[in-house]
Design a protein around this ligand. Sequence first.
Ligand code: BG6
Length: 456
Amino acid sequence: MLAVMDTPLSIVIFGATGDLYETKLAHAFQALFSQGLLPSDVRIVGFGRRPLGDDGFRAFTASALIRKGPSSAGFLARCSYVQGDLASQDDFKRLGEYLSDGDASAGSCSNKLFYLAVPPPFYAGIFKNIAGAGLTVPCAPGKSEGDAPWTRVLVEKPFGKNGAEAERLDRMLGELFDESQVFRIDHYLAKEAMQNILAFRFANPMFSPLWNKNHIERVRIVVHEERSVGTRGAFYDGVGALRDVGQNHMLQMLALVAMEEPRGMGADAVRSARAAVLGEVGIDTDVIPFRAQYAGYRAEPGVASDSETETFFRATVRMDNDRWRGVPFELESGKALNASCVEIEVRFKGRPGNALTFAIQPREGIRLGFNFKRPGFDTALEERDLSFAYADEPAGAPVRDAYERVLYDCIRGDQSLFISTPEIVEEWRITADIISAWQAAPLASYPLGSAPESVQ
Ligand code: BG6
């Protein structure tokens, strides 16, 4: 790990003036930098069309950071900007020269990390231009493979718009990079409360005998968001709720709850266990998936006035395997609802009240619902929770933002919390089945701020 910290690092962000950098990445970079978790010689290079210059990009970064706290002058000094067009090979050549100049003045070759924080339609062009400018090859003439600085790409989701496109992108990536250089992000996997699902399941064997169709009645996975599409209308309108969070985050939530115990906790074992269970997921043909759009969505900036894009969906899937046969897994997500809540509820058979809930946010933790006898002369039962919340833990081990983990793991080369191609292929297959099944039903509408259960 020290070697990672010692080698200079250049991080290029495509889409640096976009929403993701502003709301997540700038904060995550600064947090890692100020805790000494980035190499001291780190260079954060924003690449974009806007004529910002280094000072403009630092001002943009500072104004993003100020939303959560002060910015550090030391960190801002590490940020710089290259103006360029994502479609221009010449601009990528200039980027290459800029990076080489930085290496030359530091007197050593840096590791290179390319972060694609742009919508999927730009991916293919960027991959081609990175390769065309010779940026896929680490600059280390004469060094042996083990000593050579690395080059990695971080790709945001959704990866493609369907399975065929994802496979096409993957083929292209495969020609330019080795799989060990490609980090496909699903930032939900990097959330602390998500990682705790596996720890909880496999480090507490007392639950193992219960973790199957004999004892579990249903599993409900929800991603409810209070926020609407905001400034992301142009991106979101081509995607919709199912592809935005269902295809990736929610199916990964399902994978962690439903998968078999991996052979080990290394990246290959964990990724193949997730892929295996996703391969067994099929949609429940008895329940037509539901989709709806919040009133006023079509007037959001960037959204088509006749848009049919869903901002809410509900679907039920099942797994045809010995552990889960017959157990419905319900998925529900929406924007512009009355409250934000992300959780997985595992409801046990028998009496109401017996449920285990993995609370992913806002209050990360675990709740175990049980029945107790109310004090008094009768035998009436009431439901209560035994609960654990990270927020109640003594200070010292903060729950980090998922993007800190994404960046840190990519820099240290750990792919466990990144998705593999077989997982993506299965995720798109399930998504395509849901989309074709909901063609049978019209798009419903719901008022802003609705309670999820009232969206019908
Ligand atoms: C992103 C989606 O992947 O996840 C957004 O594109 C969504 O639409 C977001 O709001 C939710 O992430 P988080 O970490 O805020 O729950």
